[in-house]
Ligand binder design. Structure first.
Ligand SMILES: [Zn+2]
Length: 197
């Protein structure tokens, strides 16, 4: 393989869900494709790196800090919905049933993958609960799988002593399912029927 292609394959193979074979297929696709598309793709990648940052409040990805949700005074500051990824914010917010704020953990606890509490944006969440009385409820919307449940339990133990109500979205979300694959009706039901932890 040409050096440049080999390097591209190596980088593509590091993406989640992309193995060596898929990486190679993608690389050859790019080599064959129109040069203009490849330049635009490269520019889009650079733009993401240069322009996108994490919101200093909710740690969601954003071009403006604070992000549009945090800056929106019409949204209730008394409820924070905790999710594992930015795509979950999109999934929940599209339904328009939740009018509070969000907090993005950027992952879930996973001892098998070596992901501990310090790898998630938990300290930032706890900071948002001070001073006491502003945030009244933390709704944990991590997935209903082993890692998601463990993360919810961990957070509940940290947040409850601060005098903040902690609830968990109902299991209308299929077990092991991810929010981003759930339909709007399911998400609305899961939020509405949340249970105290
Ligand atoms: Zn924000």
């Amino acid at each position: 393989l040409a050096d440049a292609i080999q390097r591209l394959v190596q980088h593509l193979a590091r993406l989640p869900g992309v193995g060596e074979k898929t990486a190679m297929r993608l690389a050859f696709h790019l080599v064959r494709g129109p040069k203009s598309y490849v330049s635009e793709l490269a520019r889009a990648l650079l733009d993401v790196v240069e322009k996108v940052q994490l919101c200093s409040i909710c740690t969601n990805v954003t071009e403006e800090d604070p992000c549009a949700v945090c800056a929106d005074a019409r949204r209730e500051g008394s409820a924070i919905c905790v999710v594992s990824s930015p795509s979950d914010v999109i999934a929940i917010d599209q339904g328009g049933h939740f009018r509070g704020k969000y907090h993005v953990l950027h992952g879930v606890l996973s001892p098998l993958e070596g992901i501990g509490p310090e790898d998630l944006r938990i300290a930032e969440l706890l900071r948002r609960l001070e001073p006491a009385g502003v945030v009244e409820e933390v709704i944990i919307a991590t997935a209903a799988n082993v890692e998601g449940e463990a993360t919810a339990m961990y957070l509940s133990r940290l947040v409850k002593p601060l005098g903040v109500k902690v609830s968990r979205i109902a299991s209308g979300i299929p077990v092991g399912g991810e929010l981003e694959y759930a339909d709007q009706a399911t998400i609305a039901k899961a939020l509405g029927a949340r249970t105290p932890m």
